[in-house]
Ligand binder design. Structure first.
Ligand SMILES: NC(=O)c1ccc[n+]([C@@H]2O[C@H](COP(=O)([O-])OP(=O)(O)OC[C@H]3O[C@@H](n4cnc5c(N)ncnc54)[C@H](OP(=O)(O)O)[C@@H]3O)[C@@H](O)[C@H]2O)c1
Length: 236
């Protein structure tokens, strides 16, 4: 049994409270890879996890943290060796399974992946779950046929997922890259991320089944009426 420090959330009758405590491997959920955690990003979902009826954690006590990156201490999974840099995001991490906000984590190997060779654990968690989501969204669009010459719109382009998606697309050479924003000041931010065109959300009208077909692809992080309106603006 190893002792370490970690942030643990406990449920009391009237409130949920979290604090850094001295913990042991007995406090960790089951898994076949033991990890020395170096970094975890802080996500909106983590904020919900710290709240009574936040809807994220259902069984207390639990170590939150929906992602983590660190070094393998020991592994019963043949894909991972002691000393390797790994990262994990999503699945049950910090929700139904002890997460990344502790010095040590224990996780099923199938939830983990190796940190790419040109990246550190710190960089992996700077991108965090939002970055992974942006990357997976772009991967899906590329697999659907998206090309750098296409007219692509990113909604919520200054938010967590949208900002990284905009930056990745700019880096991939997308020069017809539109950003949907809704507040003063966001246009400049979107342009600094690589957007070549900024569209104010108030100009997008919902309720019309057919509108001018404007975009080849839309990476939507907003949903609701915005997504509904944009559906009829995608070229088919
Ligand atoms: N972050 C993650 O790790 C993650 C992972 C998986 C899925 N998701 C999902 O991805 C979506 C975006 O998450 P996020 O973390 O990027 O959120 P976020 O940081 O709050 O960003 C949302 C962006 O959308 C904009 N926005 C919201 N409502 C809008 C509207 N009606 N019209 C125009 N713009 C609007 C916001 O603008 P303002 O700044 O003006 O509010 C903000 O720029 C959510 O549905 C989330 O559940 C997120």
């Amino acid at each position: 049994m190893t002792n370490f420090k970690g942030f643990i959330v406990r449920n009391y009758d009237s409130k949920v409270e979290g604090q850094v405590e001295k913990l042991s491997t007995d406090d960790l959920s089951a898994g076949n890879v033991l990890i020395k955690v170096e970094y975890s990003s802080l996500n909106y979902k983590d904020m919900l996890a710290f709240q009574k009826n936040g809807g994220v954690i259902r069984n207390y006590p639990l170590i939150p943290g929906i992602d983590l990156a660190g070094i393998v201490i020991s592994s019963e999974d043949a894909n991972f060796k002691e000393g390797e840099w790994i990262l994990g995001a999503g699945y049950g991490l910090g929700v139904s399974h002890s997460g990344g906000l502790a010095e040590i984590a224990r996780v099923p190997g199938e939830w983990l992946t190796k940190v790419p060779e040109n990246m550190t654990t710190r960089e992996a968690m700077i991108y965090g779950t939002a970055g992974l989501t942006a990357g997976l969204s772009i991967k899906a669009l590329l697999e659907a046929g998206m090309k750098p010459e296409d007219h692509v719109l990113v909604t919520g382009s200054t938010g967590g997922v949208g900002s990284i998606a905009t930056k990745i697309l700019a880096k991939l050479g997308y020069e017809n890259l539109a950003a949907l924003v809704r507040k003063p000041g966001q246009a400049k931010i979107a342009q600094s991320l690589g957007a070549t065109e900024v569209i104010d959300a108030s100009s997008i009208r919902s309720g019309k089944p057919l509108q001018h077909q404007t975009f080849d692809y839309v990476l939507d992080t907003v949903g609701g009426d915005v997504a509904a309106a944009l559906l009829s603006m995608v070229k088919i």
